[in-house]
Write a protein that binds this ligand. Structure first.
Ligand code: ADP
Length: 388
């Protein structure tokens, strides 16, 4: 029976999972997700296809913890040919103390629970699966892999907000997120870029959540998400950077409550808010409504502007990399961003971009532009193998 690592990635409304062989952690033997938690939950398997067994039908009231329990039962019944020897979790926030993956102990769980106020929409869901598995399988090793760890190498200035030091000292700094995705991309740079892998690289992780990371020597120097995953780029439903005065106005003049503002900025803004149609780039591309075009234009304009804004942290730009759902699949978005950055030496080859080649820059362009699929699960699996 081949040994496998179970990876669990609990998002705000989803739970993604995979089984990675210990002997070859890059390629999962099973991958799936539960989406639509709190609305219309759905369990699906993407690897292998077709699914090895019928998938459970979920009750609309299904919570993250229920979903994890149902997943464990389903795996016990239908994936018996694999022996789960450890579980690796994506944990959104590692605060200032966790600069790398950590083997989970009761002390670590307590430390992570104390960080819940820094990531209230994610951290409790991450810990719910950890606790459930610790209860059901007390001897199964578990490892936490943090979205924040990769960014501990940011420059001191890139981490700071211009607020009084006493607040900074309480942990109000720019942590950055999507670190497991950036770590995966950084690990592939030597194979794609040779010597340039250590050069000045910006990675654009454009999915439902979207951010940028400026790297040097394959390490993060600055990133667009900050204290929370709300900062930076326009996202599917999140506003990205916004004048803090807008929030004061909404409180003082419109009498909005904190939960209402949280919902506005996390759920009702971004591509969905601007278009009024959908949070998914694919839907907007298929629409001829001018509001869809406006939302896509704003997404591309702001991404280009934020790419430019990261350059002082690395002193120039040699390589731009696109990844995640939109970055990997939307040639139109890649063109919309790159067309605004010609002055940086970025020129696309339209046919390579349209064909989805790995290298999509024109031959005479000063800056390389690549499309590299991300694989956060593989990073979690590799760390879990290494620590258990
Ligand atoms: P997350 O993991 O943050 O939930 P993904 O990385 O899966 O998100 O990205 C989801 C986004 O990618 C959605 O906006 C979706 O519409 C977009 N997307 C996926 N496939 C395509 C495609 N072929 N063309 C355009 N956009 C796409």
């Amino acid at each position: 029976m081949p040994d496998v690592i179970l990876t669990i990635n609990a998002g705000s409304s989803s739970l993604k999972f995979a089984l990675h062989p210990v002997a070859a952690p890059l390629t999962p033997v099973l991958r799936g997700k539960v989406t639509g938690l709190k609305r219309a939950p759905e369990f699906s398997i993407s690897v292998p296809k077709p699914a090895p067994a019928p998938v459970p039908v979920l009750d609309p009231s299904c919570t993250h913890e229920d979903a994890a329990r149902i997943l464990l039962d389903w795996l016990a019944e239908h994936a018996q040919q694999h022996q789960v020897v450890a579980v690796g979790h994506r944990v959104v926030h590692g605060g200032r103390d966790f600069t790398g993956p950590a083997k989970i102990t009761p002390d670590v769980v307590a430390q992570l629970a104390a960080l819940t106020t820094l990531a209230p929409l994610h951290q409790p869901h991450n810990l719910a699966s950890v606790r459930l598995i610790a209860d059901q399988f007390p001897n199964l090793p578990q490892v936490a892999c943090f979205d924040t760890s990769f960014h501990t190498t940011q420059t001191p200035l890139a981490k700071l907000f211009a607020i009084p030091q006493e607040l900074t000292e309480t942990g109000l700094v720019r942590y950055g997120f999507h670190g497991l995705s950036y770590e995966f991309i950084a690990s592939t740079l030597p194979e794609h870029l040779g010597d340039k892998a250590n050069g000045r690289v910006i990675v654009a992780h454009l999915g439902n959540g979207a951010s940028l990371c400026a790297m040097e020597n394959g390490e993060s120097r600055a990133t667009t998400m900050g204290f929370t995953a709300l900062d930076g780029l326009v996202m599917g439903r999140r506003s990205g950077s916004i004048d803090p005065g807008v929030i004061l106005h909404l409180v003082q003049q419109r009498g909005m409550s904190v939960p209402e503002i949280e919902k506005l900025l996390y759920q009702q803004s971004g591509l969905l808010g601007v278009s009024g149609i959908s949070n998914a780039m694919q839907d907007l591309q298929a629409s001829d409504d001018p509001r869809a075009k406006l939302a896509m234009d704003l997404f591309c304009y702001r991404a280009a502007a934020e790419i430019a804004a990261l350059i002082p942290a690395i002193g120039g730009l040699d390589v731009l990399i696109f990844t995640a759902g939109i970055g990997e699949n939307s040639a139109q978005t890649r063109a919309g961003i790159c067309d605004r950055l010609g002055w940086l030496g970025i020129t696309l080859d339209a046919s390579r971009n349209g064909a989805g080649d790995t290298r999509i820059n024109a031959d005479d362009a000063r800056c390389d532009v690549l499309v590299i699929p991300t694989n956060e699960d593989a990073v979690i699996a590799q760390h879990t193998v290494a620590l258990t």
